[in-house]
Design a protein around this ligand. Structure first.
Ligand SMILES: *Cc1c(COP(=O)(O)O)cnc(C)c1O
Length: 416
């Protein structure tokens, strides 16, 4: 459920006509719905009320500081994968005690900053990283709470680029190596092994892979207990999928019930890291048709929104619903919706049946709230889009459109 619906013949974001936002802020434009974000967070978080848990929103899905603040005010923690994301989380007012940090390549300055912030948990992904965290914590006179990220070798049945818990992926350690890492951690003076972690992938549309991974991790947890390790936190990562088109992912409630049931009586506090399921359907990308053209083999709708704004179709061949902001009742055609970028891979949709849009029409690309703006770039020297947050009848700009001066400033001032 989301709050981008048609009323009086045109698309609204909550109570605001998208047409008005496009004329006020220009296009391409990301529009988010505060009510949808709140609703998604609430639905997810309340699915786990039966167990002690912390829902750590995955910052990389959409890192805008205003969205982080909105979620933090609802009690969300944050799942980060870089020092930059920690900087954003702290700027949004998230206490260190509600931050968990994953990623295979944590660097010294990032680890130091996280120790400084006294974060809840480092999810270590290699023995070298564990040793590095221990050394830096020692220098700073601190103790780092750590977990080891387990690679449970489970196929999440999603796109290969967003599968992270299979044997050949770079993430985590297999059970045997993880066991050795915990034994090392037990002996290191400046780390305290309190967590166990896994994250097997993104856009999962069935429960089975989650539960298979969880069962393996829980077995492993018992082995750790036998070694005398006192693990208090189980981090199950993120990955719950959303509906872009025809997918029917499990409802968070179903996910929450299945997970809570397996955790009962184990004395483990649960950490969850949802990203896409919170932000994905809480945002749309609004573009305007610049030109249309029909070649002997294809119809093209050329929009001012491109792969630099939303790379998911190009990178993952993903489907995003596209529709007119003001449906005009024109006959349908089969068309590619493309952007101005000089790459044949620059498309938002291919061979899509759509109303025959015309020059100047506004179009909405749905389900663009996660891995949309956060993956955007300046490719082809295109300034990045503006972002607007709608809450009821009010709208405010939460990131201004980049200017041409912004594009060249770091080059013109490279010596500073
Ligand atoms: C990307 C990521 C997530 C969030 O995944 P979603 O599919 O957006 O829920 C959670 N944890 C880690 C470690 C990640 O890398």
């Amino acid at each position: 459920m989301h709050h981008f619906q048609y009323r009086n013949g045109e698309l609204h974001a909550e109570d605001v006509p998208v047409r008005e936002l496009a004329s006020r802020y220009g296009t391409p434009l990301y529009v988010y719905s505060a009510a949808t974000l709140r609703r998604h967070f609430q639905a997810f978080d309340s699915a786990f009320t039966g167990v002690g848990h912390l829902t750590c929103y995955s910052v990389k899905a959409n890192s805008n500081v205003h969205l982080l603040r909105l979620l933090a005010e609802m009690g969300a923690g944050m799942d980060i994968v870089s020092g930059g994301e920690m900087h954003r989380a702290l700027a949004a007012g998230v206490p260190g005690q509600r931050i968990v940090y994953s990623g295979v390549g944590k660097q010294d300055d990032e680890i130091r900053a996280a120790l400084e912030a006294d974060i809840l948990l480092f999810n270590a992904e290699s023995v070298q990283e564990l040793e590095r965290i221990n050394a830096l914590a020692g220098q700073m006179g601190r103790t780092a709470r750590i977990g080891v990220r387990i690679n449970p070798d489970v196929d999440p049945k999603t796109h290969p680029y967003i599968s992270t818990g299979m044997r050949n992926n770079k993430f985590g350690l297999d059970m045997e190596q993880a066991r050795a890492a915990y034994l090392l951690a037990r002996d290191l003076p400046n780390v305290q092994p309190v967590g166990i972690d896994c994250h097997i992938g993104s856009q999962l549309t069935t429960l089975a892979p989650f539960l298979e991974a969880l069962d393996r991790v829980l077995d492993f947890h018992e082995r750790l207990r036998d070694l005398g390790l006192a693990i208090t936190h189980l981090d199950l990562g993120g990955g719950l999928g959303i509906t872009y088109g025809e997918e029917t992912p499990p409802h968070p409630k179903e996910f929450g019930e299945a997970v809570s049931e397996r955790l009962r009586g184990r004395g483990l506090s649960l950490i969850l890291e949802p990203g896409r399921v919170i932000a994905g359907n809480a945002g749309i990308l609004v573009g305007r048709v610049i030109y249309t053209k029909s070649t002997p083999s294809k119809n093209f709708i050329i929009a001012d929104a491109a792969m630099n704004d939303l790379v998911r179709p190009s990178l993952y061949q993903s489907y995003h619903r596209i529709a007119e902001v003001q449906p005009a009742g024109r006959d349908e055609i089969t068309a590619d919706v493309v952007g101005p970028i000089c790459e044949s891979g620059d498309f938002l949709a291919r061979d899509r049946i759509l109303p025959g849009m015309q020059q100047g029409d506004l179009l909405a690309v749905f389900s663009a709230g996660a891995y949309g703006f956060s993956m955007s770039s300046n490719y082809n020297s295109r300034p990045r889009a503006a972002e607007v947050l709608v809450d009821g009848a009010s709208a405010r700009c939460i990131r201004k459109r980049e200017t041409l001066a912004d594009l060249v400033a770091p080059e013109l001032h490279a010596e500073e």
